[in-house]
Ligand binder design. Structure first.
Ligand SMILES: [Zn+2]
Length: 449
């Protein structure tokens, strides 16, 4: 009798606690995680390598060789994907003439190819996956010789196409943007041009997942590793004003930019939905002194990260194809692991889908609690019809990831009793009725999306 009572009480207690809380998982994301194809990624990398060179200053008048052929083929791929989903993609070329630069002295058209899958409820809100069209070898000005760029960055480019194939089978609340960026190796010009376009067209871009080298599993140090990946993110936002910096200095946010919380989000989502993948957040913009196409987006204030392999092989980056004393140099396709590239593509796909299904990240998040034993977070209530409510998060100041959270429902403010503001970092996320959640937003301009 006593045992039975305990069981009944346990059930009542559980259902009381759970009622109203959206589900913690979305089973569709497991399907998405399984859907990326190593074979299709291999075929796309072979095709891209087959253009001979994709150097930004290479031929544009050939149908089989050079950067012009490569971008037209990518455009055609997006069009084919769009046809298969009933015209669900808007495919556009966004370009400009660049000249007078170190690596583009004479006028050249730098043209990126962008495909937009419009959201159903909130089409103005966007999340982007990007890769690069172009390649280079030892001399950054060599536009003639073979430059396969198989891992750098046909792998990321093929990943973008594959993510579009997989995600275009679904309908999302917000929009998903698939970006083939040009001119990366010459100075991040395609990204800069797309950023200008995004600002001119009022893009509400909440995330850029830039993929640059997602297919190499053998490091130059001999490490073989097909189960881990890095997510690079800026700590303090590049676009911070001096006033915002002064505020941050006194109230915190050095490791809580929107980009950093996007990185945490990708790690959490990937850890949940992707099998056998250990995600390593790197608390820096990019590799030491090196660059990638998320940077122009960060510079303009858009949250963005770089996703890539952990173990790089420098003999296979930016190298003339050659053999020296039996040592191979060059970024050739036999060193790309297509299954690994498919896995990192799946990582992108689940993070993009979860964000596009989730409501917008909370806006105007603020916090108070100075000289108080409790902490109050406030934010603006969203009007997304898919919104269920909000979750407040907190963590010790030395914790890398959010450790504690509480679902608080459809309110625009919540007080955490007896949680002292000084001893934790805080944030808020939006939660959809289907359980998908936005990234956590740190209060104030330091963390705003
Ligand atoms: Zn490169």
């Amino acid at each position: 009798m006593f045992k039975k009572l305990v069981v009944i009480f346990a059930c009542v207690f559980t259902s009381t606690v759970v009622a109203g809380v959206p589900p913690a998982e979305d089973l569709r994301l497991y399907d998405i995680a399984e859907a990326t194809s190593a074979e299709r990624i291999q075929a796309d990398i072979e095709k891209l390598v087959g253009f001979g060179t994709r150097h930004s200053l290479s031929a544009t008048d050939s149908e089989t060789h050079g950067i012009g052929a490569a971008r037209r083929w990518i455009y055609g791929q997006f069009e084919d994907i769009s046809t298969a989903c009933g015209g669900c993609l808007e495919v556009v070329m966004i370009g400009a003439t660049v000249s007078g630069e170190n690596r583009i002295p004479d006028p050249h058209e730098i043209v990126s190819v962008i495909a937009i899958q419009r959201g159903v409820h909130d089409p103005g809100r966007m999340v982007m996956m990007s890769g690069d069209i172009d390649s280079r070898i030892s001399d950054p000005m060599n536009a003639i010789d073979a430059s396969p760029g198989a891992n750098d960055n046909a792998s990321g480019m093929a990943g973008v196409l594959e993510a579009a194939r997989v995600l275009s089978k679904y309908r999302f609340s917000g929009s998903v943007v698939y970006a083939a960026l040009a001119g990366e190796e010459q100075g991040l010009f395609g990204g800069k041009i797309v950023v200008k376009h995004a600002i001119a067209h009022d893009w509400n871009l909440d995330a850029v997942l830039n993929n640059d080298m997602i297919g190499n599993i053998s490091g130059i140090n001999g490490v073989i590793d097909n189960h881990s990946a890095r997510i690079f993110s800026e700590g303090v936002r590049a676009a911070e004003t001096p006033e915002e910096a002064a505020l941050r200095y006194r109230t915190g946010g050095e490791i809580d930019s929107a980009s950093r919380n996007l990185a945490r989000y990708i790690k959490k989502t990937g850890t949940q939905y992707i099998r056998n993948l250990d995600l390593v957040m790197i608390y820096r913009l990019d590799r030491f002194g090196r660059g990638g196409h998320h940077r122009p987006f960060n510079a303009a204030g858009f949250p963005g990260v770089r996703i890539m392999e952990v173990n790089e092989h420098y003999d296979r980056q930016h190298q003339d194809l050659r053999n020296v004393d039996g040592r191979h140099y060059g970024d050739t396709i036999e060193f790309v692991d297509f299954r690994f590239a498919a896995k990192l593509t799946a990582l992108n796909a689940v993070a993009l889908a979860a964000m596009a299904w989730a409501p917008a990240p909370p806006s105007t998040v603020s916090i108070k609690g100075m000289v108080n034993h409790s902490t109050t977070l406030s934010w603006q209530m969203g009007d997304d019809e898919n919104l269920a409510g909000y979750r407040v998060h907190w963590r010790p100041t030395t914790a890398a990831e959010w450790t504690r959270s509480r679902y608080v429902g459809a309110v625009d403010s919540f007080t955490l009793q007896d949680i002292v503001i000084d001893n934790y970092f805080f944030g808020v996320s939006s939660v959809a009725k289907d359980g998908n959640e936005s990234p956590v937003v740190f209060p104030g301009p330091a963390g705003a999306f």
